[in-house]
Write a protein that binds this ligand. Structure first.
Ligand code: NDP
Length: 296
């Protein structure tokens, strides 16, 4: 049995951690708001840790799933920090959609303590996490990934080694930039079609059978925009953070990126207008606000 600690029972962390509450693992969970960890422990019989250090006690693999790399970095230090109890030879698998530079810094610090690090952000949404079909993009040592594969495999379906430390976060950021672009582009397009007298479901039927289709058109818009139901599964605030990481990556690599830089500004404007708790698909409401009409 592999001892695993899971830190961060948010919208995606919770369904991911559920797959580790299985006979092959012994699981300890920690969450900043303790009530969520207590509820998880009561439902799945996992050990409820009182601090990051307590969670990591005896764990071979520690998984973090927090908003940004900043929160992950903060959990390392202090009397309750991970570095107090994580032993040499153990591995931190960071499933946060973080940024490459922070991951490289975190990996270096852990390396000095004999601890391995992989950045392993996920894609597939809450629905994919629930059924254990997430795509996991991994940066770091390939041998280390082999070692922790049974743990990642519990919640991941497509697990891809992308390159050195930070590569997983870089790929994830570009993916998220594309997500934002698709939402904005389809939002504008459907709004114009709606004004021209084409119902959104009709437009989506055509697009989904044509070359402009995407996950956004096939799933997100069909489920949420047509029915005007916007469940919160992935906060717009987090997508705003992701696209900024992508924009930074493109700047650092010296790639001219007028489209992505503009999309970063639009995503941030939508985030400011709709607030911290809005779902990412609600960005469509911001497009509607600017246009002064709705997709109907
Ligand atoms: P949520 O906002 O739902 O949850 C965030 C989690 O981080 C909570 O457990 C929260 O604790 C914890 N947290 C926040 N701030 C701190 C802090 N300062 N110290 C310790 N813990 C903290 O986010 P998600 O679960 O949606 O996302 C987590 C990561 O996964 C993000 O990087 C996101 O971009 C990524 N992701 C999310 C997807 C989704 O569909 N939701 C899909 C793919 C990736 P508390 O309960 O106390 O608030």
């Amino acid at each position: 049995m592999t001892h695993v600690a899971f830190l961060g029972l948010g919208a995606i962390g919770t369904p991911m951690a559920r797959h580790l509450a299985a006979p092959e693992f012994t699981l300890a969970v920690w969450n900043r708001t303790a009530s969520k960890a207590e509820a998880f422990g009561a439902e799945f019989g996992s050990r409820v840790a009182t601090s990051p250090a307590d969670a990591a006690k005896g764990a071979a693999v520690v998984i973090t799933c927090l908003p940004t790399s900043k929160e992950v970095e903060t959990l390392l230090d202090g009397p309750d920090g991970l570095l107090v109890t994580m032993a040499r030879g153990t591995v931190l698998v960071d499933c946060t959609s973080g940024d490459p530079a922070s991951s490289q810094r975190i990996a270096k610090r852990l390396h000095d303590h004999g601890i391995g690090f992989l950045d392993a952000p996920v894609s597939g949404g809450v629905a994919g996490a629930e059924i254990g079909t997430l795509t996991v993009m991994v940066g770091g040592d390939a041998g280390l990934l082999e070692r922790v594969m049974p743990v990642i495999d519990a919640f991941g379906e497509k697990i891809i080694h992308c390159g050195p430390i930070g590569a997983g976060h870089a790929v994830k950021a570009v993916n998220q930039a594309l997500l934002s672009l698709h939402i904005w582009g389809l939002g504008e397009g459907l709004l114009a079609l709606s004004k021209a007298g084409v119902a959104p479901q009709v437009a989506l039927d055509v697009i989904n059978g044509s070359s402009g289709r995407s996950n956004v058109s096939q799933n997100l818009f069909t489920q949420r925009v047509v029915g005007r139901a916007f469940p919160r599964t992935f906060r717009l605030a987090l997508m705003d953070k992701d696209i900024k990481i992508a924009a930074q990556l493109l700047r650092e690599q010296g790639v001219p990126s007028p489209l992505l830089q503009m999309m970063t500004e639009l995503t941030s404007a939508a985030h400011r207008a709709l607030g911290e708790e809005a779902d990412h698909v609600e960005m469509v409401k911001y497009i509607e606000q600017i246009a002064g009409s709705e997709i109907v």
